[in-house]
Design a protein around this ligand. Structure first.
Ligand SMILES: [Zn+2]
Length: 337
């Protein structure tokens, strides 16, 4: 597919996803608290990593403000017809697979499945899009006009059995990993056998950096091999949606409940109902939850929630605009165009 005019180069933040439980928010629905065993709950440390990076490097705050400013400006320009909304951008993707056992060395076929999932989800051609409740259909993104093309797969065997997200050793050959391929022009995805947190605990499915980290050597996604593609992937995260979710962070989408575990924060998309925190498993629609004393039907079927792969099927229109702003010619990831 041709690349049209959208793109940029700036910095990003991290995002991540794991299946152990997070600190829970106030006003959490009892069903969501109790019905899904913690081992089967998705959770994602991308925001925690973002906050940790902010503490280490306070100047990132200005970059975030700049990105939000250019995002708002893009949305305004879109409204007055200054930007061609139908220009589709195709992002070059590099897979860096670091494995110990041969089972962890995910096949080319599985990687192809993953790329196909991304293209379906970002093109709104996913077959399960029919699960969008009619009340949310007006807010659905439709085609995000972003596509993905595999340009290289690098493989390396390692004796390591776990990789810490805070050390990023998987991203440098000098520390046993694989160097990124030009992060300004490619979305790098590192596949590892186990992602560990700063306390060496496993459970993270994946994480990604937000656009304020664009251009950095560590920019991109890290995903556990169990969650790549579909064939042989681990249920209930076996439909490739962990990568769909992490790419959302890479393209500047926060979780639906905002950038804080406190919940009920803005996710900068007005068409996703305010949410007190993650939903897990496979909720039944409608699911109402309360923020600030107001009960709202939750868009738990959005890719930026924590539900199981088979229950996440859509982005919203505002989320589409935010992602397009990131890859626009004026955006922080213009280099991907
Ligand atoms: Zn996440």
């Amino acid at each position: 597919m041709k690349k049209f005019l959208f793109g940029a180069l700036v910095l990003g933040f991290m995002s991540a996803c794991n299946n152990d439980n997070l600190t829970h928010q106030n006003e959490t629905s009892p069903d969501q608290e109790n019905t899904v065993p913690s081992a089967l709950r998705r959770s994602c440390p991308s925001e925690e990593i973002r906050q940790a990076m902010l503490l280490k490097n306070p100047s990132l705050k200005q970059k975030i403000a700049d990105i939000e400013f250019s995002t708002e400006k893009f949305a305004e320009n879109l409204k007055i017809g200054k930007v061609l909304a139908d220009g589709t951008v195709e992002i070059p993707v590099v897979f860096n697979v670091i494995y110990n056992t041969s089972a962890q060395n995910v096949s080319d076929a599985r990687i192809a499945e993953q790329i196909a999932v991304l293209n379906a989800d970002y093109g709104a051609t996913n077959s399960d899009i029919t699960k969008i409740p009619s009340a949310f259909k007006p807010a659905a993104a439709g085609d995000v006009k972003i596509r993905f093309k595999l340009v290289a797969t690098n493989r390396k065997q390692s004796t390591k059995t776990g990789w810490r997200s805070d050390l990023e050793q998987m991203k440098k050959a000098s520390t046993g990993g694989i160097d990124a391929t030009d992060v300004t022009k490619n979305m790098n995805i590192w596949v590892v056998n186990s992602i560990l947190d700063e306390n060496n605990q496993p459970g993270t499915l994946g994480y990604a950096y937000y656009p304020e980290h664009a251009g950095q050597w560590y920019d991109g996604l890290v995903i556990g091999y169990q969650y790549i593609g579909k064939t042989g992937a681990s249920a209930p995260f076996n439909l490739g949606r962990t990568v769909t979710h992490e790419v959302g962070h890479y393209l500047n989408l926060p979780h639906l409940w905002g950038s804080s575990d406190a919940g009920c924060q803005t996710d900068y998309s007005n068409d996703t109902p305010t949410s007190p925190g993650p939903n897990y498993g496979n909720p039944t629609y409608p699911l109402n939850r309360v923020c600030g004393g107001v009960s709202r039907s939750q868009m738990f079927m959005n890719y930026m929630d924590y539900v199981d792969d088979k229950s996440m099927v859509m982005f919203s229109a505002n989320q589409r605009t935010r992602m397009q702003a990131v890859v626009a010619a004026s955006g922080p990831r213009a280099g991907l165009r």
